[in-house]
Design a protein around this ligand. Structure first.
Ligand code: A2P
Length: 280
């Protein structure tokens, strides 16, 4: 198993990203980034709405890894959609992170028909700003997050540059197979947020049984399962021992039969956040 996947524009992306959703800004963000890079992570996922870009940026600066060897992602928040606001939001993220460029920038959630009659236009305008930042060399790859096929189709019709990534909720209890299939067919790499179901899937008896067979934790099983499905898991932790554990997944292989068992587990532990019905 390689430690990188390749995006549709040829850029290499480290196959495990370090999630920072709900990581408090300041000392916790700084020290968790340093811990993560010590244990081998080279891919860091943040977002303007996480309110920790300043701490994450200090962690990046102080961790001792060359900027070019890190892969840093941020996301434009829902209140900043549209052409001009997206350009401004990007500059703010870059400045808070104290970086010269981002490796990946994502539209955090799609504008959707239940909230906006001109939702397709809003998404296209946001996307136009992303394309401009990309062609201007400010971002190495651009993509979306929480887009389902019916949000992606109109975006693709108007896009000059195809999204490289779609970041969606993804774990053994929440697989979004239709969205994954659509993205795979369109050469859009899936990243999985909450690959441990925010900790909610770790108590599942079947997952425990399979993990035991490999002498691994359920968290490690979930992360490895995503990797073997060519999906980039983004496990979040602020606990050094867990940060370490979640990266120790390159020394075992889940058998085809066990992959299938996990594929067939029913739905549980989902966040309940659906792009067409979220309130934010
Ligand atoms: P903490 O950050 O306090 O260590 P997800 O990535 O699916 O959103 O899950 C994140 C949640 O799972 C956090 O509450 C995190 O806690 C917890 N977590 C992360 N890694 C592990 C692990 N290896 N074992 C148990 N819980 C974990």
């Amino acid at each position: 198993m390689k430690k990188h996947f390749e995006l549709n524009n040829g850029v290499e992306i480290p196959s495990i990203g370090f999630g920072t959703w709900q990581t408090p800004d300041g000392e916790t963000a700084i020290s968790s980034i340093k811990t993560a890079t010590t244990y081998g992570y080279r891919h860091i996922d943040t977002a303007a709405i996480y309110n920790n870009e300043k701490g994450v940026g200090i962690g990046i600066k102080e961790c001792g890894i060359d900027r070019k060897d890190l892969f840093v992602t941020s996301k434009v928040w829902n209140s900043e959609r549209g052409y001009r606001s997206t350009l401004k939001a990007f500059e703010k993220s870059l400045s808070d992170l104290q970086l010269e460029y981002l490796d990946l920038y994502l539209i955090h959630w799609p504008a959707t028909p239940n909230k906006y009659s001109d939702w397709q236009q809003i998404n296209s305008d946001t996307w136009r700003a992303m394309e401009e930042l990309y062609t201007g060399g400010k971002i190495r790859a651009i993509g979306v997050s929480n887009f389902l096929a019916h949000h992606l189709k109109p975006l693709l019709e108007n896009a000059k540059i195809k999204p490289a990534v779609n970041q969606i909720e993804y774990h053994p209890g929440f697989k979004q197979n239709d969205c994954v299939k659509f993205c795979t067919e369109n050469n859009i790499l899936i990243e999985g947020w909450s690959p441990l179901g925010r900790g909610m899937v770790l108590d599942n008896d079947m997952l425990k049984e399979i993990a035991f067979k490999y002498q691994k934790s359920v968290a490690q099983l979930c992360i490895r399962w995503a990797l073997q499905k060519q999906i980039v898991p983004l496990p979040k932790s602020i606990t050094p021992q867990r940060i370490k554990e979640n990266f120790e997944v390159f020394d075992f292989q889940i058998s085809a039969a066990d992959m299938e068992l996990i594929n067939e587990i029913g739905e549980f532990g989902g966040s309940g956040l659906h792009p067409d019905s979220i309130e934010f």
